[in-house]
Design a protein around this ligand. Sequence first.
Ligand code: PLP
Length: 307
Amino acid sequence: MPLDAYAAGAAYVDGRYMPVAEAAIPVTHFGWRRSDVTYDVVGVWEGSFFRLDDHLTRFAASRAKLRMTPDESEADLRAILNRVVALSGLRSAYVSMECVRGAPAPGQPRHPAFVRPYVVAFAIPWIWLAPPEMMARGMHLMTSQTLRIPPESVEPRAKNFHWGDMTRAQFEALEAEADYAILPDREGNVTEGPGFNVFSITGGVVSTPIRGGLDGITRQSVMELCEELGLPLEVRAIPVAELQAADEIFACTTAGGIMPASRIDGRRMNNDRPGPISMRLHDRFWEKRAEGWRATPVDYAAATEMA
Ligand code: PLP
């Protein structure tokens, strides 16, 4: 297959490589019917993965939580991720790795323990959760009435597609003319939003929720940047009322890095513009990325070897 067939993205599904548009999972699989799937997303920026080891470690932990052991080893996963990026030729990419439960074989019990999980991976062009125009003006955030699914029901630290709460909250955001929702838990504390973690800054102290959300790898990077920049950091419960009164708020994720907000529930912060501490963290994040921080170069020659 000529490599330009992969220009829109390349995928791996259970042992086979293909253009991303051809990648599909069967409709009978538990991964689809029961959301019995876990995944992780690593970014490739200017030819290098960012914190690849951390993403692979988290993906392994997520699989263990869901009791999934696919055939592929850790070394295989590394090679597969490299190969889908190399096939696509993309210098900046959104790279997903997924472990999907299939369907029971005829005669087998309809129980997940009897079903083989398999690996899906793909690389597509880089995604900005906050496009440049939104980054410039700051995100408009709102707190939803929809509560985040409790960790006692679905473990948010195992990255998952149980997005019923997030999807409902996004329609609340649309009605409120906000860009994104932030979901509280039933104690009235902040958890996270659809695809991002949240930080709140009050009186120069940077805070992020201790539970109810994913242990985001960008969140981890922010915590390391706070240490480097000497910014006081607290990981604790953040009541929604505190977020609503914060000096600054930012969201963070692989697909976009650090994304400062300028509005929360209609209230304007920092003259309706991204706040100074958020921007300091944002700028340092991208400066360090350009310097090769935690970067693993993609081996693009791997594409021609297999073509
Ligand atoms: N929270 C949720 C629900 C997510 O889906 C994501 C990423 O997709 C994040 C937080 C941010 O995590 P990371 O920084 O590891 O991309």
